[in-house]
Design a protein around this ligand. Structure first.
Ligand code: HEM
Ligand code: HEM
Length: 227
């Protein structure tokens, strides 16, 4: 059984994500998962087996902090090194309109495997725009509350107390989003090709035109040539 569609090099392909976007995406994915599993070892009771993977609770705590620092560096590299891409991403999110609402209404059917005619989408579809707002916001809260918990003496006591529930709520929210998002960006039959966009940088041209018609037309189609 093939879970991700085969990568086809012999068909027309178009660039979707540049190297830095892919590097930072997988960088924060690995560090996010390490933070999650080490964080759960600290959060849950009686999970000696989970802590044992990291050499015990002290080891889990150390891996959590090392991963957190690497995650912070990765996010900073993205913001500084990919500033134009970041601005284009924010502009795309702000283009949320009727076609995104239609997409979100039709999406449950597509998710269940029904063939639906996707309304023209920009670079990120309605669901990805939602993910682009919720997950990075939760990660920013994780980072801020995490450093406040790490260095409690330099912050007011009330803020340190507040940082714990914020860290936990952001962890639950981001983890739920990532479970859904990870599936949609890999094994989900309709969107599996998007995995190659994030892994190798390009997607099949016909897939891009079908799934992100507005983006395709503006970037590679007749509209881009007219400009
Ligand atoms: C820059 C990012 C982060 C920093 C600086 C950070 C820092 C910390 C610190 C200092 C602690 C307290 C450890 C202790 O009990 O002594 C902690 C706990 C925890 N972290 Fe993070 N963390 C970060 C990201 C994350 C992420 C991405 C997740 C999960 C997705 C996560 C989940 C947790 C959990 C579940 C706990 C246990 C909280 C509790 O005991 O209530 N952290 N983190
Ligand atoms: C668990 C494994 C993961 C897989 C397989 C995965 C896959 C992908 C793919 C294929 C895309 C590009 C979608 C497109 O063509 O537009 C993407 C985008 C994105 N990923 Fe991930 N990802 C994973 C984990 C994460 C994690 C841990 C985070 C953040 C904590 C994250 C945040 C994002 C964001 C914000 C985007 C842009 C918005 C979107 O397309 O939804 N991803 N991911």
């Amino acid at each position: 059984m093939q879970l991700i569609p085969e990568y086809k090099a012999d068909v027309p392909r178009v660039e979707r994500f540049n190297f830095l976007s892919r590097f930072t995406h997988w960088g924060h994915t690995v560090t996010f998962l390490l933070c999650l599993f080490t964080g759960l070892a600290l959060f849950l009771n009686n999970v000696d087996w989970l802590a044992a993977i990291f050499g015990g609770y002290a080891g889990a705590n150390l891996v959590h902090r090392i991963s957190a620092v690497i995650m912070t560096i990765v996010v900073v590299i993205f913001v500084i090194g990919n500033f134009k891409v970041l601005i284009a991403w924010i502009k795309d999110i702000l283009r949320f309109g009727m076609n995104d609402i239609k997409f979100l209404l039709l999406f449950p059917l597509e998710f269940l495997g029904f063939k639906v005619k996707v309304p023209p989408q920009t670079k990120f579809n309605g669901g990805e725009k939602g993910n682009s707002m919720v997950t990075p916001t939760a990660v920013i809260f994780l980072i801020l509350s995490g450093y406040i918990m790490w260095f409690p003496t330099i912050f007011p006591a009330g803020l340190v107390r507040l940082a714990y529930p914020i860290h936990d709520i952001a962890m639950v929210l981001a983890t739920m989003m990532v479970c859904m998002h990870g599936y949609l960006g890999s094994f989900h039959p309709g969107s599996g090709e998007s995995f190659w966009g994030m892994w190798k940088g390009t997607v099949r041209e016909d897939w891009a035109e079908h799934h992100h018609k507005t983006w395709y037309d503006e970037t590679y189609g007749d509209k881009s040539k007219a400009e």
